[in-house]
Ligand binder design. Structure first.
Ligand code: NAP
Length: 264
């Protein structure tokens, strides 16, 4: 990975998260990274890190092996048209992180291209993304090469393309769902006596600890819940009160609503 040249086309919320994640990974050499956006002034500081900045996409991809398209779905076709004459289908791999744009749609503009769709999340900025990936190819080396790149930014899961929209909801929107849940816990903590800073500190570590329990142990959440719910105790009383007010159905309905919108 140290010598693989990467171009990131589009450098907004997600593009910057990817770049920041790469910069904090010691196995990544920033000299091999090119980034582009039309207005480059907000990312001028990246030049100090050894990254090359372009305002023309076709120039940014000139010697890249992996080309990451990180613009809004409605801008993807414009970018592909811009790089079409310089893109080398034999030597380059195109990775789109845009939701809803299919591999077939990309290949209609770039015939013969090896195309991956990837859905990271903004935790890529700290190397803790969960990136769902699907591909146009079954070539193990190409799959492993692209997977190795996203492994620099966190965990990876290869899925069928038909699940990419579901992956967007659960893996990328999921960050916002969890953060809103955490905000509510902080508000509850303040209600029962903590100042905001202490409540945040407690909640952050509780959520991290709960996730690590499942990641390390590999079991179902309910098994860990059983360990903290004393019969007639305060945990089960609180949990049941939350369920009476629609806690689980609200989350499931929210996830379904996001999915229905993205599937339209
Ligand atoms: N945010 C997330 O959590 C997340 C997670 C997974 C996937 N995604 C996907 O990532 C994509 C980008 O989302 P975002 O939130 O990062 O959007 P964003 O903040 O709006 O960033 C898009 C960037 O693309 C640049 N851009 C637009 N047209 C361009 C062009 N022709 N050439 C070069 N750069 C161009 C824009 O800068 P200029 O206007 O200066 O060119 C802007 O900085 C979306 O398709 C989204 O589905 C987002």
């Amino acid at each position: 990975m140290e010598h693989t040249k990467i171009a990131v086309l589009g450098c907004g919320n997600l593009g910057l998260s990817l770049i920041n994640g790469l910069l904090q990974n010691e196995n990544f050499n920033p000299a091999g990274l090119s980034v582009s956006k039309r207005n480059t002034s907000p990312i001028a500081h990246l030049a100090e890190k050894g990254i090359t900045i372009f305002d023309r996409n076709a120039e940014a991809i000139s010697d890249a092996r992996l080309i990451i398209v990180a613009v809004k779905p409605y801008d993807v076709a414009t970018i592909l048209e811009e790089i079409k004459t310089t893109f080398n289908a034999e030597k380059q791999i195109l990775v789109s992180v845009a939701s809803t744009v299919t591999i077939t749609e990309i290949q209609q503009i770039l015939p013969g291209a090896t195309v991956f769709r990837a859905m990271p999340n903004t935790a890529a900025a700290i190397g803790e993304s969960l990136t769902c990936i699907s591909s146009s190819t079954t070539d193990k080396e190409l799959i492993s090469e692209t997977g190795a790149f996203f492994s620099l930014l966190g965990e990876t899961v290869f899925i069928k393309e038909e699940l990419m929209e579901a992956a967007t909801v659960l893996g990328a929107c999921g960050i916002a769902y969890v953060l809103r849940f955490m905000r509510s816990m902080v508000q509850g903590g303040i209600q029962i006596g903590f100042d905001a800073e202490s409540a945040s500190r407690i909640v952050n570590q509780v959520v991290k600890g709960a996730a690590e329990l499942l990641i390390t142990g590999g079991q179902h959440p309910e098994q860990e819940i059983d360990k903290v719910t004393t019969p007639k105790g305060c945990t089960i009383t609180g949990l049941n009160e939350m369920e009476h007010h629609g806690f689980s159905p609200a989350l499931i309905r929210g996830i379904s609503a996001s999915y229905q919108l993205i599937e339209k």
